[in-house]
Write a protein that binds this ligand. Structure first.
Ligand code: C2E
Ligand code: CA
Ligand code: CA
Length: 759
């Protein structure tokens, strides 16, 4: 097709000009090539009253006057000396001086439209090349420094390369037009090309909306992934509307721009020469202006959009393109699900309807647990594949009438309407979690997936968007509770979140101002009733709220990076207390996983040395996960153990340790979680704790039962051979000042201590 052919000719033309060494030879090549391409006998480059390059006449014999006269007209017929009647066509060059390319062919057959297009293209390319070579010459004149000269040449080359890129881009687009690619794809590649070659953040192609002729609707857009730009603009407003209404390139400023932009320009897009829309590029960069070359580039892309529309256009094709653009703006590319914008829209509609029928609508907010970890360890592609698989399972679990959207990242939402009862929302949450329970296969690997779901039920008094934030908050609670579950939003959650924020704000000054105080709970040897260890349990003496337990602020400290500071303070106080205790009483301190940083062993060793406490008088308590995982934290534990410090596994039985592995780990003691102790009154419970004690013994570990509250528990534990007990029955945690009284007491009533020799 002619257009494609023309683009190829232009590419060759540009390439030929770009290698010319001076202005004269560049002009010479231009007229020769133009004559060849257009099959014209005569081509002249006319500048003012002169024609410095002419092909078709022997040197010195050309009718310069006559050719200069032809440059005044556009096209027509004339007599030229030596040729007789010719048909001629001219095209202006862009540039500081008035210049034209004039072509003439013998005979009366006029130049075709395609010929005209090609000639105009060549004139434009020649104008630019001349400009570039002039700049180069000026540069040369001004600077003798050879390095700068090289820079000038590089600039020229770059500008030539840019032109080349533009032409290649346009050629590709032309191929896709002639190759009958779907209109929206062609328009999309035009928009993408314009964005790249004008170095703009945002490019939008808008066309008159078939349903509303006073508005321009977006047909294709790049650089607006979140759909923030308005989908329609008034047909006379902003740069796009003006370019369309005035049928001319508009470079805009100030109030003509959509908010947030610093510069924009738009070129009209025509269908069979009638303006139907505009191609707009815009930038948010400060002090940016669009150069002449960029304006031209935009004009070229707009011309190609016009061509695509004129070629492909049936109302059908444009409607299809508009549909595709609408779909893209409202859907997530990866999963094809509705995006946040569409969810918002549906939510507003549903809310308007639900105002009349209360509480029959709910929103579920679902977030995949540990998605970042999956993404980091298996790679981005696997992460994407996982999201697609999850999306598919979720879709299969909801009714077709429900809206399921991807909000971004690993967040999904489900809007349920017309629920028969409130419990439907919770049932759906359950179904979604079930659907994810089966491992997902991504890139040949099985991945275990779980998710946290927040559920918010519509309350007619609220606003639709509150439903989303309430569900989000409930999801956060589900995460805090360990994930893998659904949590129903309750009004109290807001206050709890605020209270947590207060704690976060006040905790650091509290640590620094000595508001943390230590309590100690004895760990009693069951055989003798004597205290062998005291566990340090931190409290916060809050000026307004009284004595706060660790569960109120340790999780906040862990998530806000204050845990290191807190741990230091606990260690400082408790070591200072422990040096005053009898030599045979150990200090136990709790370490959260987040505290196990590489510098911890050094810091602990220094503390102990400074206070004069032997390392083997300290026990650190860590949870199972830490020692079982083959991680950095494990290495820290190993080093602490190497220093002579004892290691106890806290809350044992709630994690996934295998007892057989424990033997090979740097662990001395198992602290059996209180949940096992409180279940001892059942047959199963008794059997389980018996088994744990037996296996612990077999692995050579000391056993401690936590949360001993009743004499029956104490008796049974003693009979089962448990070494130590800790719990309210023996002693509640006491303030540091009361600790010395613990050491002089025997904690176990005589009748509970087994008589010597009795099994
Ligand atoms: P934990 O290490 O399992 O500590 C035992 C918890 O059980 C303590 O709660 C203790 O008061 C409580 N307890 C003791 N005997 C009984 C009983 O017979 N029945 C019942 N129901 N509870 C009993 P506390 O002091 O509230 O500490 C809670 C958790 O906070 C601790 O659990 C520990 O994980 C953490 N924690 C406490 N102090 C620190 C600390 O200094 N640093 C770190 N990282 N965590 C700490
Ligand atoms: Ca503990
Ligand atoms: Ca515990």
């Amino acid at each position: 097709m002619a257009v494609q052919w023309a683009a190829e000719q232009l590419t060759t033309f540009l390439a030929a000009l770009s290698t010319a060494t001076d202005r004269a030879s560049m002009l010479r090549r231009a007229v020769d090539l133009a004559a060849e391409s257009l099959e014209a006998e005569v081509v002249a480059y006319v500048e003012g009253a002169d024609a410095p390059a002419i092909t078709g006449y022997p040197p010195g014999r050309a009718p310069v006057q006559a050719l200069v006269a032809l440059a005044q007209g556009r096209s027509g017929q004339a007599d030229l000396p030596g040729l007789g009647t010719v048909s001629y066509h001219t095209a202006p060059l862009d540039g500081p001086v008035a210049a034209h390319l004039v072509t003439a062919r013998t005979g009366t057959a006029p130049f075709t439209d395609d010929d005209g297009t090609l000639l105009r293209g060549m004139a434009r390319v020649l104008g630019l090349s001349l400009l570039a070579s002039e700049q180069l010459r000026d540069e040369r004149d001004r600077r003798t420094d050879s390095e700068r000269e090289a820079a000038g040449i590089r600039d020229l080359l770059r500008s030539v390369e840019e032109r080349q890129m533009l032409l290649e881009r346009l050629t590709r687009i032309q191929r896709s037009i002639t190759g009958q690619a779907p209109l929206h794809e062609v328009l999309d590649s035009i928009v993408a090309g314009a964005r790249e070659l004008t170095d703009s953040e945002v490019v939008v192609l808008r066309c008159v909306d078939p349903t509303d002729p006073t508005a321009l609707a977006t047909v294709a857009a790049h650089g607006d992934p979140h759909g923030c730009l308005p989908r329609t603009l008034p047909a006379g407003g902003y740069v796009a509307g003006r370019a369309f209404a005035e049928d001319a390139l508009v470079v805009g400023a100030g109030s003509e721009l959509l908010s947030g932009f610093t510069a924009a320009m738009a070129a009209p897009v025509r269908e069979k020469d009638v303006p139907v829309g505009a191609l707009t590029v815009a930038t948010r960069t400060a002090n940016r202006t669009y150069t002449r070359a960029e304006q031209e580039t935009l004009t070229s892309f707009a011309a190609h959009a016009s061509l695509a529309l004129s070629e492909a256009h049936t109302a059908e094709a444009l409607r299809g393109a508009l549909e595709a653009a609408r779909h893209d703006a409202l859907h997530d590319v990866l999963t094809g699900l509705p995006n946040r914008a569409l969810l918002r829209d549906r939510l507003d509609h549903a809310a308007a309807r639900a105002k009349r029928r209360p509480r029959d609508m709910a929103l579920l907010f679902l977030d995949i647990d540990n998605f970042k970890h999956i993404n980091d360890s298996l790679g981005h592609d696997a992460g994407d594949a996982l999201l697609v698989a999850v999306a598919r399972r979720l879709v299969d679990s909801v009714r077709p009438v429900d809206t399921i959207a991807r909000l971004g990242g690993d967040e999904f939402a489900v809007l349920i309407e017309e629920m028969a009862s409130e419990s439907e929302a919770e049932e759906l949450a359950h179904r979604l979690l079930q659907a994810l329970a089966e491992p997902v296969v991504v890139i040949d690997r099985q991945v275990e997936v779980s998710a946290s779901v927040g559920i918010a039920i519509w309350d007619t008094l609220g606003e639709a968007h509150e439903l989303l934030s309430n569900a989000d908050l409930a999801m956060y609670e589900a995460k805090r509770a360990g994930g893998g579950r659904g949590v129903l939003f309750e009004p109290g959650m807001h206050e709890r979140t605020l209270a947590r924020l207060d704690i976060e704000r006040d905790l650091r000054p509290a640590i620094e101002n000595g508001q943390l105080v230590m309590y100690y709970q004895p760990v009693v040897e069951l055989g003798t009733g004597l205290v062998r260890t005291c566990e340090a349990l931190v409290r916060w003496q809050h000026p307004a709220r009284g004595l706060l337990g660790p569960n109120e602020f340790i999780p906040v400290a862990e998530s806000s990076r204050l845990i290191g500071l807190l741990g230091d303070e606990v260690l400082r106080q408790s070591v200072a207390d422990a040096v005053t205790w009898p030599d045979d009483v150990r200090l136990a301190v709790n370490l959260s996983p987040r505290e196990l940083t590489a510098d911890l062993p050094r810091r602990v060793a220094d503390r102990l040395a400074a206070a004069g406490l032997e390392p083997d008088r300290l026990t650190v308590e860590v949870t199972e996960g830490v020692v079982m995982a083959d991680s950095d934290a494990f290495a820290v534990i190993d080093q602490l153990h190497g220093l002579g410090i004892h290691v106890a596994i806290d809350d044992f039985g709630t994690g996934y340790s295998s007892l057989s592995r424990l033997r090979s780990l740097p662990v001395d003691t198992l602290k059996i979680d209180q949940s096992f102790v409180s279940a001892m009154h059942t047959c199963d419970g008794l059997a389980v704790i018996g088994a744990i004690l037996a296996l612990g013994k077999a692995a050579g570990l000391t056993t401690v039962a936590e949360g001993v509250e009743t004499p029956d528990q104490l008796r049974a534990l003693t009979e089962l051979g448990c070494d130590y007990g800790q719990g309210f029955l023996l002693s509640r945690p006491v303030p540091a000042s009361a600790a010395p009284t613990l050491f002089s007491s025997r904690f176990i009533p005589e009748r509970l201590v087994p008589a010597p020799g009795v099994a």
